[in-house]
Design a protein around this ligand. Structure first.
Ligand code: NAP
Length: 285
């Protein structure tokens, strides 16, 4: 029976570390850290995420600047705002909440954010830096997953790691991070033919596909570390992950629940990235 990895506790520990370092840098260097969060339209889920990000800023002692724009905001207007924020010295990190309304090209907006303020690490410059292992920021969700694996004490070196999902924001960077920690990494996706067989080889299995309870206990190797990134709804509309927790916990050594696993980590890592951005911009090592 698996040990449950407590994402809320690990996330609280990361936020505590950030808050302490922020307080120290304020005292020693007068550093004032600011995060700008931009939301376009009225998507209720995005609204919740933005509010949570503002709350996290308060918790760690950052200033937050919210820009809530109308659904009909044009791409040019949004680009203008990003350019203003790129130049605003109070703003160390810029986060544009995705998804954006369909008339706005997300790529154009991501590419307009200064890489130094790109605390989501979605800009091609930051993506490229991750590939060569010379990054300043890591994308928040995969970085959170790494921290959760670290919390188990399991050493990734030499382990068979299987990542299910190859999105630009989770699967691909996740695979790179596991590779950098000396895992032997396999990436699976919707065209993978022998998914079950490959999952059964995994000492560390990270699942990010967006399919409720898709990975079942019979696809998990005895003793594997199982990290479930999915945020889905089950047949009763209840929040669940991509992994069938009940059957998987009988096989795994460690497993993340949903909710309370990867979810809380993403915002904590965003706070960490924002502090890193502020330090770099101020020339503090
Ligand atoms: P995405 O962009 O939709 O990508 C899904 C990936 O899963 C794709 O690579 C797809 O393969 C693969 N896939 C889909 N069905 C599959 C199947 N039957 N077998 C194998 N692979 C399959 O999703 P995402 O943005 O990475 O998000 C994945 C999940 O994580 C979602 O539930 C999302 O809500 C959640 N999420 C959570 C957090 C958090 O903070 N906890 C953050 C981000 C995402 P193809 O490439 O072949 O289409």
């Amino acid at each position: 029976m698996a040990q449950i990895i407590d994402g809320k506790a690990v996330s609280a520990a990361v936020k505590e570390e950030v808050a302490l370092e922020n307080a120290r840098l304020k005292d020693e260097h007068g550093l004032k850290v600011g995060l700008a969060v931009v939301i376009v339209g009225n998507d209720p889920a995005s609204r919740v995420y933005v509010n949570n990000k503002k709350k996290a800023c308060e918790t760690v002692g950052f200033q937050s600047f919210e820009y809530a724009l109308d659904e009909n905001t044009t791409q040019e207007q949004l680009l203008d705002l990003v350019n203003v924020l790129n130049r605003d010295e109070r703003v160390n990190g810029i986060l544009v909440q995705l998804p954006l309304p369909s008339h706005i090209d997300e790529k154009a907006i991501i590419n307009a954010i200064s890489p130094e303020k790109d605390v989501d690490a979605f800009h091609p410059v930051n993506v490229g830096k991750i590939m060569i292992g010379e990054y300043s920021f890591l994308p928040c969700t995969p970085a959170g997953v790494m921290r959760l694996i670290q919390s188990t004490g399991v050493d990734i070196t030499g382990k068979q790691c299987v990542v299910v999902g190859r999105s630009n924001i989770v699967g691909k960077p996740q695979a790179m991070l596991l590779l950098q920690k000396n895992g032997t990494v396999t990436i699976c996706h919707s065209k993978t033919k022998n998914l079950k067989e490959l999952c059964l080889t995994a000492d560390i299995l990270v699942v990010a596909i967006g399919r409720a309870k898709f990975i079942t206990g019979d696809m998990i190797k005895e003793g594997a570390v199982v990290i479930d990134v999915g945020m889905d709804r089950d047949e009763n509309g209840k929040l669940c992950g991509d992994v069938d927790f009940e059957s998987a916990k009988e096989k795994a050594s460690y497993i993340t629940p949903v909710p309370g696993g990867v979810g809380p980590m993403t915002i904590a890592m965003l706070m960490k990235n924002t502090l890193t951005a502020a330090k770099k911009q101020a020339g503090i090592e």
